[in-house]
Design a protein around this ligand. Structure first.
Ligand code: GLP
Length: 264
């Protein structure tokens, strides 16, 4: 795991946007894995800005989102399809036909999960997967006890996750308790993984992910097994890590190495 500790949420978003920009410049027809939640919003705003200024293009991109509420169709304002359209797709030059979000209104969700996996495989697999992290260590909607090799499937949300996400729903509005989510195994198949976390309320989850044991009790700890995982966090989210100075030192050395390689 590469641990990048930055001052604040704005720096985290800019660093994440740089990783996606580099990916798109390297491979115009990249397959992007995308995420919802409040954390990626600033990164999406930065990508929109760069797209509108002509620095990057999404015209050849295919995307797959991590998850969706089961029981909400894509026109529902709280659906993750709606979120993605509003926060990113409506503002960039992506062909919406090439954007995929698990179908929350699938007649047969079990079959839909297998089809989603097949579509990712047909697209050649995910080049770069964006992730946030839940306070309980979930990634996508893989809640604690999720199988570490799991694939896209229907998952029941924990009470903690339902409570955390209740802020997006009106008091009398139906809030789903089920989801379709890429599995942990699906996420680990991405060639590169970029997880963003900001704020003190993520500090326990970040500490369990980075310094805790590899365990289904903290699904994000599975990223310890990934060869190319970058964890981009702000000082507040890093506040419960034991060895912040060491991670900063490593990152400093990484940057020096990159500069050296660029000068060759
Ligand atoms: C939801 C999503 C996750 C996301 C998490 C954290 O549960 N399914 O993919 O990482 O929320 O969201 P936030 O960034 O708003 O803290």
């Amino acid at each position: 795991m590469q641990i990048v500790i930055l001052k604040d949420a704005a720096e985290v978003a800019a660093y994440g946007a740089d990783l996606f920009t580099a990916q798109l410049k390297r491979k115009a027809n990249s397959v992007l894995g995308l995420a919802t939640g409040s954390t990626p919003v600033a990164l999406y705003q930065e990508l929109i800005r760069r797209n509108q200024q002509g620095e990057i293009s999404f015209s050849q991109v295919t995307s797959f989102n991590l998850d969706e509420y089961l029981g909400l169709d894509g026109s529902h304002p709280q659906s993750y399809r709606h979120f993605m359209n509003e926060q990113l797709f409506n503002h960039i030059d992506i062909d919406k036909a090439n954007t995929h979000v698990p179908p929350g209104d699938a007649k047969n969700p079990i079959v839909a999960c297998d089809e989603y996996e097949a579509r990712m495989t047909q697209a050649g697999g995910i080049d770069i997967q964006l992730l946030g992290i839940g306070r309980n260590g979930h990634i996508g909607f893989n809640e604690p006890s999720s199988g570490l090799t799991s694939r896209t499937r229907v998952k029941t949300l924990t009470k903690a996750t339902i409570d955390d996400n209740a802020r997006f729903f009106a008091a009398d509005e139906y809030q789903p308790h089920l989801s379709i989510t890429m599995g942990i195994g699906t996420i680990l198949d991405a060639k590169k993984v970029v997880l963003l976390a900001t704020g003190e309320n993520k500090a326990d989850a970040v500490s369990a992910m980075v310094e805790g044991p590899l365990t289904a009790a903290c699904p994000a700890s599975a990223l310890q097994m990934h060869r190319n995982a970058v964890i981009v966090i702000d000082e507040a989210a890093a506040s419960k890590l034991k060895d912040v100075e060491f991670y900063k030192h490593i990152e400093n050395e990484n940057q020096k190495l990159l500069q050296h390689l660029a000068s060759l």
